[in-house]
Design a protein around this ligand. Structure first.
Ligand code: C2E
Ligand code: MG
Ligand code: MG
Length: 536
């Protein structure tokens, strides 16, 4: 209450008292005039109580009446206030749409149970809807709301006695249930929840279909608080999503450690990319059968301060999933183009581009910008694409590949034979080269089957006018066999592992020392830039 309000209130009270006194005086005056107080006056005189006793009594009665009225009003106000507070409390603890408990109330309940019950007498099921967003996007928010309400009803009907059902927000629900029937009961409940939610919801003559993934965690006194229990259920649910949705998973403490390690890796990788700790290594590619180096494949290595060199198989998938791959890749290409300026100009530089990057409509422009900046001729660059890029948006991939080829960049299909590419892709996408995966090359001298397959791939390549490179060559016997089948290029530990620039410098200097000086660098052909600008 401010000072001004207090003053105003005091003023109001003073006026009211004065009014009541005046009303009392008025009653007294009228009463005297009409002789209504004659009997009272006799009493006053008999007891010698003074002439103004009746006036005082009138005023007192007026004030008493007003006080009673005021206290009745006050009581009514208090009741109203209590009802409003109860209502506000209900709103603050319940989800407005479904009427279920909300996150706050759910956490309070979990916390209460955690403190009360002995270890693991209850469990939390965290339920996240699958395919809710498409329903919302396709049919609108009214349909989305209908789904949420239907899910709430189904969950309530499955809820065992003493349990709590809540909507935590968005399309996320949770149940807190007593463990009456042990793990089997809990498993049955999780399966029941998934089945109930998977039953189509009829809305406006449409059948809306969603699913659910459930994460289960025990309520245990060992957990720090309710948030930690919900977090555990969330990790289990996330695991279920990762392993194919529409399923349930129980929390294991290893999940926590896995996730922590993953978060650490992501943070470290981000810093490593910013600080340029991801560096290009180079593996020679040779022509067959003479084994002369004709190119180098750029392979990423992370120079980790504690772990030493980290393999790309460990961090490239993380970079892809977190969207860091583009920055990583462009930094690497830029460094490789700068490194390659010191090397003989006939050497082709092959770079790996992740499937996701082919969805970027500006990929060709970005690569062109790097080539222009570093003065590296596009004709010396080869882009390796893996088969998984082909099952994403094929049209987007085709457009990007065409733009790159217009620049003069060559395209190789990497790890051929491990993915999904079909003859259709080979015909449609006009690659320049097929790289036969090392899993085939490994076994050619041991397995007749594999050898036949590799032979077929080489023949397929040559009939489509594509060069072929065999990856992972480790023995001389493989080289001889592959050369006999007409394989054009080879790559593998036999010719050299991926190595950093100084090592590659030394090898190339040894090989090409005394040979004619490299030609002056070709400029990027102007017509290539113009064609690209027209195409985009
Ligand atoms: P990839 O493009 O098929 O590269 C060939 C991989 O085979 C390399 O592994 C290489 O070291 C290995 N290799 C080469 N010769 C032999 C051999 O004779 N025997 C055996 N056992 N292995 C051999 P690395 O460097 O570990 O790279 C693995 C994969 O990581 C690459 O496969 C590529 O898909 C990906 N990768 C590497 N760098 C990048 C990058 O900068 N961007 C993207 N998007 N992916 C990259
Ligand atoms: Mg490759
Ligand atoms: Mg490969």
């Amino acid at each position: 209450m401010t000072k001004a309000t207090i003053k105003q209130w005091q003023k109001g009270e003073l006026y009211e008292t004065l009014c009541l006194l005046l009303i009392g005086a008025g009653i007294w005056f009228v009463g005297i005039a009409l002789g209504s107080f004659d009997v009272l006056q006799d009493v006053v005189q008999a007891y010698r109580l003074g002439d103004f006793m009746i006036l005082g009594a009138c005023m007192g009665v007026a004030i008493c009446g007003a006080s009673i009225r005021k206290s009745i009003m006050m009581r009514r106000l208090m009741l109203e206030r209590d009802a409003a507070a109860a209502n506000a409390e209900a709103i603050a603890r319940h989800d407005g749409l479904t009427g279920l408990a909300n996150r706050r109330r759910f956490l309070e309940e979990v916390e209460r149970v955690r403190k009360l019950s002995p270890s693991e007498a209850s469990a939390v099921l965290l339920i996240d809807l699958d395919r809710f967003k498409p329903v919302n996007d396709l049919y609108g928010h009214a349909a989305g709301n209908a789904v949420l309400c239907a899910v709430a009803e189904r969950l309530t009907s499955l809820l065992p006695q003493g349990g709590v059902a809540a909507r935590l927000g968005g399309d996320e629900f949770a149940l807190l249930v007593p463990l009456n029937h042990g793990i089997e009961g809990l498993t049955r409940l999780a399966q029941g929840v998934i089945a109930a939610i998977a039953t189509p919801i009829v809305w406006s003559q449409n059948e809306l279909k969603v699913g659910a993934t459930v994460g289960v965690a025990a309520v245990s006194a060992d957990q720090a608080d309710a948030d930690a229990i919900l977090h555990a259920a969330d990790l289990a649910m996330y695991q279920g999503k990762k392993e194919g949705r529409g399923t349930y998973r129980f929390f294991r403490s290893a999940m926590d450690e896995e996730l922590r390690a993953r978060a650490r890796l992501e943070a470290e990788l981000r810093t490593a990319i910013e600080q340029g700790a991801i560096e290009p290594f180079y593996q020679p590619v040779v022509a067959l059968p003479d084994k002369a180096i004709v190119g180098l494949e750029v392979l990423a290595r992370w120079r980790h301060p504690e772990r030493g060199l980290v393999s790309p198989t460990e961090f490239i998938p993380v970079a892809e999933e977190t969207g860091m791959i583009s920055e990583l890749s462009y930094n690497l290409i830029r460094r490789a183009c700068l490194d390659a300026r010191d090397w003989p100009p006939h050497l082709i530089l092959a770079v790996n581009i992740a499937p996701h990057q082919f969805q970027d409509v500006w990929l060709a422009e970005r690569i062109l910008a790097i080539l222009t900046e570093t003065g590296f001729p596009p004709g010396r660059l080869e882009v390796e694409i893996t088969e998984s890029a082909l099952i994403q948006d094929l049209e987007a991939t085709r457009a990007t590949l065409t733009s790159l080829q217009r620049l003069g960049v060559r395209i190789a299909l990497d790890d051929f034979g491990t993915g999904y590419s079909s003859l259709y892709h080979l015909r449609e996408l006009k690659f320049d080269k097929l790289k036969i995966d090392r899993s085939y090359v490994d076994a050619i001298t041991m397995s007749d089957e594999r050898a036949k397959l590799v032979d077929a791939i080489i023949k397929l390549g040559s009939s489509l006018g594509l060069a072929t490179t065999a990856e992972g060559i480790e023995t001389d016997a493989s080289v001889d066999w592959l050369s006999d089948q007409g394989c054009d290029f080879g790559q593998g530990y036999l010719f050299g592992r991926a190595m950093p620039k100084p090592e590659m410098d030394a090898i190339l200097a040894g090989l090409f020392d005394g040979k004619p000086a490299p030609d002056p660098r070709e400029a990027i052909p102007a017509e290539a830039i113009i064609t690209l600008a027209r195409a985009s």
